[in-house]
Design a protein around this ligand. Sequence first.
Ligand code: UDP
Ligand code: MG
Length: 318
Amino acid sequence: MDLSIIIPVYNESKAIAHNFSVIHETLFKDKISCQYFIVDDGSTDDTWQELNKLKIKYHNVSAIRFARNFGKEVAICAGLDHIRSERYLIMDSDLQHPPSCVKEMLLLMNKTKANIIDGVKQKRSKETLAYKLLAGSFYKVLKAATGLNMNHSSDFKLFDNKVADAIRRFSERNLFFRGLVDWIGFKTIPYQFNVQDRLEGTTRFSTMKLIKLALNAIVAHTSKPLYLTIVGGVFFLIFAIILGIQTLVNFFVGNAISGFSTVILLLLIIGSMIMLSLGIIGVYISRIYDEVKQRPRYIIADIIGNTEEDTVTKIINT
Ligand code: UDP
Ligand code: MG
């Protein structure tokens, strides 16, 4: 069975040795042979040293280290850029994606001949109220804007090389992996799993990172917010016409509206509408700017394992 497991890690030095041994032992017990590709997403702790130790202990581990934190989405893509196999599995390093499910996912893929086995969160892990509220409203906005129902979706996905090839064709800088896999299509079978509690530390996604990801998810998948500015404009035009007629009638009749309240209110409403619309347009322009610059998606600082050859071939080919 030709399977590659891509694991993005960020500041996991305390847990990675234990977590990896659990993943490895579980898959070994289930007689699943695979290679591991770990992407250190620019950790600022000793994660890279821990990965070096893992390489000595386990023969089937390769890893790369980013020069800085480029984000989980990019880390997953970097994994796909550097390895080739029949099947790929994306998995978190914190055991929240249970390794005991991998065997069932592989069997399901064999049975259904699906291209993607899509891990769907049946039971979410313990989350703070603020996180739940933020995530809940983000998923609602995302569904309304893009039609993507990501409420229970996860990055825990098993897919074949056709899907991997399709993902490799995307060169976007600001991407949302789950949305991208949904967008490309292919035969997808959901696989329900229970998200385990994080054993060590808390989520590596700060509120700022989550907001950025949420914005990316929307901007990368729809331009509806831009049309929303037109809808807002039309709405205020109608409002303006009605108010304009009423003001003119009042003027000619001889009883003009008194006081500044109306003027101030109108100014405030129109001002915020304009700022909001400019903001929306600005976000899209900044994304266009990001893409036009054609900067590399990530910079690699170090490599361990069998990936050097691939990297060299890639550089020659591009
Ligand atoms: N991660 C990453 N880069 C980041 C943040 C997280 O590679 O900028 C990794 C992290 O080490 C873990 C996985 O992505 O292996 C999921 O992160 P986390 O558990 O913090 O996210 P959550 O479970 O809250 O979605
Ligand atoms: Mg986690």
